[in-house]
Design a protein around this ligand. Structure first.
Ligand code: MG
Length: 361
């Protein structure tokens, strides 16, 4: 089997609810959807979603990089995942969203050509995964009302964005805890907002509201700060922006700098690299969460959900971005059970049947 073409489609659609985080505001789903076409008629679907606030990339760059990868991958067997990733690494440094798009599509082809759903290829621990629901930064009362609505809809873990000011963050978390009651898990994400000692001080106060974990309290490059917070915080700490790939994971895990790692396919360049992170983390006793970019439109979330369901060391999921879209750009993929469970397709690969006509236009 050989790759004969890689087609790209730009997607830029407004979110039903813009998401404000400490770094800025996300208003649109922004994605490069790809079709990897083979000489045997199988098409693999992938997605590269640049999150400018996190990855520093943009849509035009992702599309151009996929075009550069296309030149090197024509004639390559897409089922040789190691080889595909080796070619992508040699072709361009960084550019993880473009690499993720191609990697996901090649995994989809591997599933389709073997007749196996992707979660089976990823390990097959389970065929479904439970996701949390994220509440963006806003006035405390508005955040509490939204969190309460999500719980009434069926979510039982709320991820809350924080990181503007000490007093506002305490007011937010207090209001949300009072609104959702004691049975709901609350996890926080500061998106790099704090200095290390400030973080410990604030987390000690926030711990009164029974917090499950705090994601990325300090700047992504502040390794020593992250390690300090992890060793002094009464609440477990998760690395997100501090962990891009398996090399970051190895250092974080071996130096006991975090309690958990949040993996995103758009940071690490796809399923191939994500699996390495999961396995390094597992060897060091660190559990992983599968996350997504707020800009993602769902194809990559299908891939992340398959990975998360398939591997036992992925114990949490924050795969809620596609809930913000009024219409998904593709047919097929996972179904949603009881609001919060993503049930993977039993069809081969990702189970995606095709892109909607409005994407192809
Ligand atoms: Mg995060």
């Amino acid at each position: 089997m050989k790759i004969v073409d890689i087609r790209t489609h730009k997607l830029e659609v407004p979110l039903a609810h813009p998401l404000r985080i400490s770094l800025g505001i996300v208003t649109h789903a922004i994605s490069c959807l790809v079709e990897v076409v083979t000489d045997e008629g199988i098409i693999g679907y992938g997605e590269g979603s640049p999150g400018p606030l996190i990855t520093g990339e943009n849509l035009a760059g992702t599309v151009a990089t996929v075009a550069a990868l296309r030149e090197k991958l024509i004639g390559q067997d897409p089922r040789d995942i190691e080889a595909v990733n080796a070619i992508a690494s040699r072709t361009v440094a960084y550019a993880m969203t473009a690499k993720a798009a191609v990697d996901i599509a090649c995994h989809d082809i591997l599933g389709k050509s073997t007749g196996l759903p992707l979660y089976k290829i990823m390990g097959g621990m389970s065929g479904e995964i439970e996701t949390d629901m994220t509440v963006g930064i806003d006035e405390p009362e508005k955040m509490a009302a939204l969190a309460k609505k999500h719980v009434e809809d069926g979510f039982d873990t709320i991820k809350t964005k924080v990181g503007t000011s000490f007093s506002d963050d305490i007011a937010r978390v207090k209001a949300i805890r009072e609104a959702v009651g004691d049975a709901v898990k609350i996890r926080l994400d500061a998106n790099q907002a704090w200095h290390a000692k400030e973080a410990v001080n604030l987390i000690e106060r926030l711990a009164d509201y029974d917090i499950e974990l705090v994601e990325q309290p300090v700047q992504r490059y502040d390794f020593d700060g992250l390690k300090y917070v992890t060793s002094h915080s009464p609440v477990p700490i998760m690395a997100d922006e501090a962990c891009w790939d398996s090399k970051d994971a190895l250092r974080l895990v071996s130096e006991h700098a975090v309690d958990y790692i949040n993996i995103k396919l758009m940071k690490c360049g796809g399923l191939y690299e994500a699996r390495k992170i999961v396995q390094i983390a597992e060897a060091g006793g660190v559990e992983c969460m599968l996350g997504c970019m707020a800009e993602e439109s769902g194809i990559a979330i299908n891939a992340a959900a398959a990975l998360g369901a398939g591997m036992k060391n992925i114990t949490r999921a924050d795969l809620d971005a596609s809930f913000s879209l009024s219409e998904l750009p593709f047919e097929g993929g996972f179904t949603v059970k009881d609001t919060r469970h993503l049930v993977l397709s039993s069809e081969p690969g990702l189970g995606i049947k095709g892109l909607k006509p409005w994407v192809m236009a």
